[in-house]
Design a protein around this ligand. Structure first.
Ligand code: FNR
Length: 381
């Protein structure tokens, strides 16, 4: 299978599986415990049907949205994800370039493998800087200062990762950062020589957002250990309120799932929330963001921008979320598989597929702009 034979999420996933060493593919593909939430994230979109209107004159489609003060040419953006140079040597450069060319937002992860400054310098367009709350308060402050200096548009604090999720696939494969060269690792390298050659011949793998703060010279570190050892489980609403005040700009919380928390986010001055269960990678059994969306939009949608992510594989999934009141939706694996499959060309192709699907689906729904989508277009089963 080649890139031009990829027509949807599943095709890109298969191509990624072919290209990547098993532990790395499973790191992207996997989730927590029994992966119930991972599956539910996508299946929940089937809990309702679209009800189209016809004969509305749909030759011009405008799918742009404005969210957290940023104008996006598409109603989807690239959610922040870690370690992208492990998946393809172009890493964040590929995804940021593709997002920029589409006129949408790219989320830089604090666990990213290309520096925030490089991304800001090279790719025009709105960018989010996603970070975690570390035990080292100095580090939290330093990250915000650095983001300010880099001219970041939106800060996004991920609040669902107070401890590492139980990702059993990673335990089984021994996945760690940097990729470990033990016997199993060498075998994986040998099985995927094209990936291995790229990994070994390109710039050394680093976490430039954390460089000075995480010492990886002593060997590999699992993601679970990073969460458990470096993040601060005592983080609370007062801590975040202080950060929001200090940032004094667009500030989102990612990983909000309850109405109560959504209201508190409004109270402390956040400008956006992302309903998310981290792609099913944290609390298995957690509800899907789509299932929680209506309740939260009804409670706070007039006071804060509500976004969601998790499980999006189709243009119709995006339309359903927008119809329920999401201002925009994030995609994760949707661009990670194509990144692994074919670098920037892969990500561009996947994002264009999604844009084309949305455009086609809006026409079929009888909508010329996102603002025309509403709950009148949906029926729950
Ligand atoms: C993630 N996600 C994530 N979130 C975050 O806030 N910081 C991060 O560094 C990462 N890293 C990360 C790595 C990988 C491999 C995945 C799959 C996910 C979660 C991400 O932002 C988003 O919430 C989910 O990916 C959305 O679900 P889908 O679109 O992957 O189903």
């Amino acid at each position: 299978m080649r890139l031009r034979e990829c027509h949807n999420f599943h095709d890109f996933r298969l191509l990624a599986k072919k290209r990547l060493p098993g532990p790395i593919f499973n790191y992207i593909d996997g989730a927590a415990d029994d992966e119930v939430t991972l599956r539910r994230n996508t299946s929940s979109f089937e809990s309702c049907d679209l009800v189209p209107n016809v004969l509305r004159g749909v030759s011009e489609i405008d799918m742009s949205v404005t969210v957290v003060g940023q104008k996006l040419a598409t109603p989807f953006y690239c959610s922040p994800t870690a370690l992208q140079r492990l998946f393809h040597h172009q890493g964040e450069n590929a995804v940021a370039a593709a997002a920029s060319s589409l006129g949408t937002m790219f989320g830089v992860s604090s666990l990213g493998t290309v520096s925030l400054e490089e991304i800001r310098r090279k790719y025009p367009g709105p960018q989010v800087y996603q970070f975690y709350f570390h035990r080292d308060r100095g580090l939290n402050r330093a990250m915000m200062e650095r983001a300010k200096d880099a001219g970041v548009n939106v800060m996004m604090l991920t609040v669902d990762s107070i401890t590492g999720g139980n990702r059993e696939r990673d335990l089984r494969t021994g996945f760690s950062i940097p990729f470990k060269l033990n016997l199993a690792g060498v075998t994986q390298f040998a099985l995927k020589p094209a990936w291995a050659l790229n990994y070994l011949t390109h710039e050394k793998f680093r976490l430039p957002q954390l460089d000075e703060h995480v010492d990886m010279s002593g060997g590999a570190m699992s993601i679970g250990r990073y969460f458990t050892e470096m993040l601060d489980p005592s983080m609370n609403w007062d801590d975040v309120a202080e950060m929001v005040k200090h940032w004094n700009g667009q500030f989102c919380l990612k990983g909000i799932m309850s109405v109560e928390d959504a209201k508190r986010a409004v109270d402390i001055g956040c400008t956006g929330i992302v309903l998310s269960n981290h792609g099913g990678r944290q609390l298995d059994g957690s509800r899907s963001a789509f299932d929680q969306l209506a309740e939260i939009v009804d409670a706070v949608g007039d006071r804060i921008d509500v976004m969601m992510d998790g499980g999006i594989q189709r243009g119709t999934h995006v339309l359903k979320a927008l119809s329920l009141g999401a201002k925009a939706v994030g995609v994760g694996r949707f661009y990670l598989y194509p990144l692994a499959a074919a670098g920037q060309a892969g990500v561009e192709s996947a994002l264009l597929h999604l844009r084309t699907e949305i455009e086609r689906d809006m026409k079929l729904m009888g909508c010329t702009s996102v603002s025309q989508l509403s709950r009148a277009n949906l029926r729950f089963r």
